[in-house]
Ligand binder design. Structure first.
Ligand code: HEM
Length: 164
């Protein structure tokens, strides 16, 4: 509940900032965008790693209960708010600076939609682990651990190099 309230407050604050901000705020908002991106990515890389370790312990054990708390806090306190802030400011930057034009921006958006879908999958998996009904193997989560990293590499190349 507390995480939900903080998520809503962060989202409303970003929205107000994005709506009220003049173009001179753009570098500050871009900095905030990159900070949110780093937080989102840190969580998206760490969470499947926790799932790998969680697969290795018995359901109901003390270690399993500790992993549940770590996974749930990471998702609610870091990953969810960071994704919301990344999206709001990213869309604001895309509209004010580029009017949503440019092949690199469209490709970036497609990749970020895929990353957000993966976020949904991880979020559902936190619930599955919390209820001791995960059926996926440690190998699956090890592979999943690489996907956000691959998307991040492509997104950063697109936004910095703008190859098309
Ligand atoms: C959520 C949807 C997102 C949108 C709509 C979006 C859009 C944008 C826009 C329009 C810029 C300004 C680019 C410029 O001024 O040249 C920007 C900057 C940036 N974005 Fe995003 N972004 C999003 C998510 C992400 C993600 C997920 C990452 C990394 C994984 C990322 C990494 C960056 C970086 C590193 C910059 C700074 C580039 C620079 O100006 O040097 N963004 N973003």
């Amino acid at each position: 509940m507390r995480a939900m309230v903080s998520l809503v407050i962060v989202a409303l604050a970003c929205l107000a900032l994005a709506l009220l901000a003049s173009p001179s705020w753009a570098p500050w908002l871009k900095a905030l965008h990159v900070i949110a991106v780093i937080s989102w990515m840190a969580g998206m890389l760490y969470l499947p790693r926790l799932f790998v370790y969680h697969c290795g312990v018995a359901a109901g054990s003390e270690a399993s209960e500790t992993f549940k708390v770590m996974e749930s806090r990471l998702l609610r306190v870091i990953i969810n708010p960071a994704m919301v802030v990344t999206w709001i400011i990213g869309l604001w930057l895309a509209w004010t600076a580029f009017r949503f034009q440019g092949g690199w921006l469209h490709a970036k958006l497609a990749l970020v939609v895929a990353l957000s879908g993966l976020h949904g999958h991880f979020s559902a998996s936190v619930r599955a682990f919390a209820e001791d009904r995960n059926t996926r193997s440690a190998r699956y989560w090890r592979i999943m651990n690489e996907v956000p990293a691959a998307i991040m590499v492509l997104v950063v190349i697109l936004v910095i190099v703008k190859p098309f």
